[in-house]
Design a protein around this ligand. Structure first.
Ligand code: SAH
Length: 360
């Protein structure tokens, strides 16, 4: 490693500091507290990428910042645009790792789906993102920058955020919670927590911990099976937590936050898409303040399963509805650009072409 790289690595990642932490740093540098406000605004509202652009700060202060801090989280290195308006971005992190983010345009606003880790260690059998295992977790600034870069590039405000890209958000708990607080901070982009969704494969302790954070975000649970035996075949994490433990944690979450939970159910042909399974699922969720989102599987080469037939998915949905469970089928966006997490990253590693999903 060269000396410059070494120095670079010893610098503090300034965009990962929340407002209070930034204030402390500014005071330590002998500056007045209001400078923290200006600095925070430059980074988290004006979305600048260099200290030089912070024109209302003195040259000396900027030079001091340059010496001690880095301002580089993630930058876009590739963009694919779909005919339905969905944009997929490959982001490069400062250490050269890659993650993916997707922008989906809806009539109610712009949604961005972000990654929370480089790779994933959960091992879901149908998912592409977990193929090479976990490399590392993302910092708050790397999550923020996925949104900042996209907002800057398209010149439109992002109003909804989905933590459903590469990685397991609750396996990167502290950074993810810090990210949520920062993106919803009034000094920053001030995105409403109600417009933020976290998707998890069901890490029970972290769900309970999240319930106590006093956040108003939406929680989505990747259930995918109505019983433990089948869930174990699809998701190794089912060996650690039973569905009943997950549902208990969900009830606790609902009780604490008063928020409706979403259950994601990816439909795999002949595996979990039968009517008896729809019946079993109804039994599990009956009376709960929840919503089921059926996801047509995005088949991944070398991974588990094929997509269920549309008619099967419709039948499954009808049965849930008859049992008074709220249910929708996920609208697919960006099929023509494979707006699915894992693929672009895998392609860029020179690996096999994989597909996964990253859709609202
Ligand atoms: N780790 C988080 C986020 C993962 S991606 C979680 O497990 O929830 C978001 C959703 O897409 C999850 O429900 C995940 O199980 C699902 N998914 C992953 N790969 C898929 C594929 N190939 N087809 C359909 N859904 C998939």
């Amino acid at each position: 490693m060269t000396e410059t790289q070494n120095i670079q690595q010893n610098k503090i990642d300034i965009k990962s500091l929340n407002y209070e932490e930034l204030e402390q740093c500014v005071l330590k540098m002998g500056q007045k507290p209001f400078r923290a406000k200006q600095l925070y605004q430059w980074m988290h509202q004006n979305l600048v990428t260099s200290f030089d652009e912070m024109t209302n700060l003195s040259k000396e202060f900027r030079a001091g910042l340059e010496q001690e801090y880095t301002l580089h989280g993630a930058r876009i290195i590739q963009r694919q645009v779909s005919s339905d308006g969905t944009n997929k971005f490959l982001m490069e992190l400062s250490d050269g790792n890659h993650v993916e983010s997707v922008l989906m345009k809806y009539h109610h606003g712009n949604s961005v789906c972000i990654s929370t880790q480089v790779g994933c260690r959960m091992g879901c059998r149908f998912c592409a993102s977990t193929v090479g295992g976990l490399i590392r977790s993302l910092t708050p600034s790397e999550m923020l920058d996925q949104i900042y870069e996209i907002q800057r590039t398209v010149g439109e405000r992002v109003s909804n955020i989905i933590l459903m890209g590469i990685g397991e958000p609750l396996d990167n708990y502290e950074n993810v919670v810090k990210f949520i607080r920062m993106i919803s901070d009034e000094h920053g982009l001030h995105i409403s927590q109600r417009n933020i969704t976290i998707s998890t494969c069901g890490l029970v302790e972290q769900i309970r911990r999240l319930a106590d954070e006093k956040l108003t975000i939406t929680l989505a649970i990747s259930l995918h099976a109505p019983n433990d035996a089948l869930r174990k075949e699809m998701m190794p994490v089912a060996n650690k937590y039973t569905i009943s433990e997950i549902l208990d944690a969900c009830r606790y979450y609902i009780e604490k936050t008063n928020r409706r939970i979403t259950f994601e159910y990816s439909m795999v042909e002949g595996k979990n898409d039968g009517l008896s399974q729809a019946e079993e699922l109804s039994g599990l969720l009956k009376g709960m303040n929840c919503h089921v989102n059926l996801i047509p599987l995005n088949p991944v080469e070398g991974r588990m399963g094929q997509r269920s037939m549309r008619s099967k998915i419709e039948e499954f949905k009808l049965l849930l509805e008859r049992n008074e469970i709220n249910v929708t089928i996920r609208r697919e966006m960006g099929r023509d650009i494979d707006a699915a997490c894992g693929q672009l990253r895998n392609k860029n590693k020179g690996g096999k072409l994989h597909e996964s999903i990253c859709q609202d």
